[in-house]
Design a protein around this ligand. Structure first.
Ligand SMILES: [Zn+2]
Length: 478
């Protein structure tokens, strides 16, 4: 099974701050518009429901979804793939919701019209038992939907300080609020893309990223990873970092529009489409990262020369190595030697891709052989594409037998252990263990710096995707 912890956001946070100021100037002309047919209302008209008492807790997310879609402004298509529910918060006891456009409020369980709020008038939500109070008045509803008056993709709804497209649904579960953003998958990807790739990059790379992010979202939704939470995806790096309209940029949105509805499939189904910042020069086979062999996640060569993470080194003293291993539940005692090794058998400690298979730590207490993924996690390495060497601090005198060796300096073993096919002996706790590596991220699927290099070399987005995802089709899903 695919583990959510392997979300592609083991990569760097290519965070680019984009002020949302451009949005603030829009829509003010519409600010006083109220929902047609409602008529003139005071700034805040909050209807107390006629009936009280019988309430149905909205813990059945399927039911909530079908109901909430009935009057959705974002429902442009009958295709279930085209919409998405993004969890913005859970376990909170209050929330503020408003819309520059003015907003309509519905009870989710019965679709009852609960009233309207004019432009920028805030609905402050709090929890009363299993129901929601709005500005101090109990709605007697366990779930409320907030819909901008303006439709057609221009509507904006603000939760706390961030504006979102689509609608907001607040639901009480266990005396706490879950806040969900309902919107089109296209608008969602626009809010995701600039968090995942710099909008200043080549348009073809951005388009490839848009298709990958859209596919990743659809796959995650189909996996029902967050179904029990009441939404399809969360807004953090666990799924994909989503910042609503504050995360949008014009170039990224243009890349989304240019690839609207396009998804990568294999055997007709949306693929698991992980991506990462930098491969180091070669991507990885899926089974060598998390054990599951997927035919479309094959190791491929990659131009990583533009990546700032192409080469890196991380250094620890033997004492620090012992401490980190112990903290991870692998107490080996005193580190005696270290070498690249293959945890699942195999000879030279490297995988078919050339990336490290694992590392053997020989200790005074016990020996452990860890996979490169475990080593990456325990030692905070940027990737699993590394070799290991040891280095004697200058304070330790060089042995006579080594003095005559050429180019040794104070380095005991300068070459990778795998190439030497031997263990690197650690004389004492001050000997340094050095991981020399390439790339940043898990190495699965598309490398973002590699995609940039391909785009800069004139490749189109579909060529980029076919390079990193083997044997896939790119199809218009809606
Ligand atoms: Zn998630």
């Amino acid at each position: 099974m695919i583990k959510s912890t392997l979300c592609k956001k083991l990569s760097l946070g290519l965070l680019v701050a984009f002020a949302g100021a451009c949005f603030l100037s829009l829509g003010n002309a519409e600010a006083s518009v109220l929902y047609p047919g409602v008529g003139k209302k005071p700034p805040v008209t909050w209807k107390q429901p006629a009936e009280t008492g019988k309430k149905t807790p909205s813990t059945d997310s399927k039911k909530d979804t079908s109901k909430s879609e009935e009057r959705s402004t974002w429902k442009k298509s009958q295709n279930a793939d085209s919409n998405i529910r993004v969890g913005l918060a859970s376990g909170v006891v209050q929330a503020s919701i408003s819309s520059v456009n003015g907003m309509h409020v519905f009870g989710v369980d019965d679709n009852r019209d609960m009233g309207d709020f004019r432009s920028n008038i805030v609905a402050n939500l709090s929890v009363v038992g299993n129901t929601i109070a709005v500005n101090g008045k109990n709605s007697n509803k366990s779930s409320l939907k907030f819909v901008p008056v303006v439709t057609g993709g221009q509507g904006k709804i603000k939760y706390n300080t961030t504006e979102y497209r689509g609608e907001i649904v607040a639901t009480v579960v266990g005396n706490k609020l879950i806040i969900v953003n309902l919107l089109s998958l296209e608008d969602y990807v626009k809010g995701v893309l600039p968090s995942e790739m710099s909008p200043s990059w080549n348009m073809e790379a951005l388009k490839a990223q848009a298709v990958a992010a859209r596919t990743y979202a659809l796959y995650t939704k189909n996996q029902k990873t967050h179904l029990g939470d009441g939404y399809d995806l969360c807004d953090s790096t666990h799924c994909q970092s989503y910042e609503g309209m504050s995360g949008e940029s014009s170039s990224a949105s243009a890349a989304v529009d240019a690839t609207a509805g396009l998804v990568m499939t294999y055997d007709g189904r949306p693929i698991y489409a992980p991506y990462h910042a930098s491969s180091g020069g070669v991507t990885e086979n899926s089974e060598d990262v998390w054990g599951n062999n997927l035919p479309y996640l094959r190791s491929v060569k990659d131009d990583d020369s533009q990546s700032p993470y192409h080469n890196w080194s991380v250094k620890y003293s033997a004492a620090q190595v012992q401490k980190l291993l112990s903290a991870a539940g692998k107490n080996i005692g005193q580190l005696k030697s270290i070498s690249l090794a293959s945890p699942n058998g195999g000879a030279n400690g490297t995988l078919s891709s050339g990336r490290a298979a694992g590392v053997k730590f020989v200790g005074s207490g016990q020996n452990v052989v860890l996979t490169s993924q475990q080593v990456r996690q325990i030692f905070g390495l940027k990737s699993s594409y590394f070799t290991v060497r040891t280095q004697r601090p200058a304070t330790i005198p060089v042995k006579k037998t080594e003095k005559n060796k050429k180019n040794k300096g104070n380095t005991i073993d300068a070459a990778p252990a795998a190439m030497q096919d031997k263990e690197l002996h650690v004389e004492n706790s001050s000997v340094e263990v050095i991981f020399d590596g390439h790339g940043f991220g898990h190495g699965l699927g598309m490398s973002q710096y590699g995609a940039k290099a391909m785009a800069d070399a004139g490749k189109k987005y579909d060529e980029i995707l076919h390079h990193y995802y083997t044997g896939i089709d790119i199809v218009k899903r809606y």
